[in-house]
Write a protein that binds this ligand. Structure first.
Ligand SMILES: [Mn+2]
Length: 223
């Protein structure tokens, strides 16, 4: 039996919700899990989230996308940007989770390597996964990074992509913690760090699992 193809939305330091969600999903070696990015910032335990994902990568096939928050973190850790912009967007919470007191060496090499190996998108025969959005009339190898990682669906919602494939994205948090399902485009950022839910979606079966930081779990109707 072929494994499942499962997307997980924006985790943002919510390691408790992630652990509960993974207990619901029960990943096996045959499964492929695509995490949509924004593992760090805002929530309480970014360090723990990356640790959980490193463990998960040994249990199933893990495809980890880069979110705009990892982009901000890497620019600071790599000395390419001053820290202010990242710190104002939740970076303080990430540094706190590492016990930062002035030296970025506190971030383990394995975590830096994890960040370096993140990818911009993942495309199958039927689906495309990106962090935020896409340009509808461009093939995936020509997509601008800004569009993939930063574009908010609140500004505008892209038309169906020329490939005809279904897109699965995060980034634009639903403040009502609802999945946005436009059929050709599904957004599963259900605002976990803001007292919403962390969502997992089996993209072929339509199964939805959710968990939150209060320790609750639930399923939702298939989409
Ligand atoms: Mn984002």
């Amino acid at each position: 039996m072929p494994g499942r193809l499962i997307a997980i939305g924006d985790i943002h330091g919510c390691s408790r919700a992630l652990e509960i969600l993974l207990n619901q999903i029960e990943p096996t070696a045959a499964d492929c899990i695509v995490t949509l990015g924004d593992y760090v910032d805002r929530g309480p335990d970014s360090r723990g989230v990356i640790e959980n994902l490193l463990t998960l990568s040994k249990r199933c096939q893990l495809i980890a996308l880069r979110g705009n928050h990892e982009e901000m973190m890497q620019a600071v850790v790599g000395n390419q940007q001053p820290p202010g912009f990242w710190l104002r967007h939740g970076g303080v919470d990430t540094l706190d989770s590492y016990g930062f007191v002035g030296d970025l060496e506190v971030i383990p090499d394995a975590h830096l390597k994890f960040l370096e190996e993140l990818i911009d998108f993942y495309e199958t025969e039927t689906h495309v996964f990106t962090h935020a959005a896409y340009q509808h009339d461009l093939p995936m190898d020509q997509q601008p990074a800004e569009r993939l990682r930063w574009h908010s669906l609140r500004d505008d919602v892209p038309l169906p992509h020329v490939s005809g494939k279904r897109f699965v994205v995060g980034h634009t948090a639903s403040l009502e913690a609802e999945i946005v399902d436009l059929d050709y485009l599904v957004c599963i950022d259900t605002y976990c760090y803001g007292e919403g839910w962390l969502t997992g979606l089996d993209v072929r079966a339509g199964t939805v699992w959710q968990a939150n930081q209060a320790g609750q779990s639930r399923t939702r109707p298939r989409i």
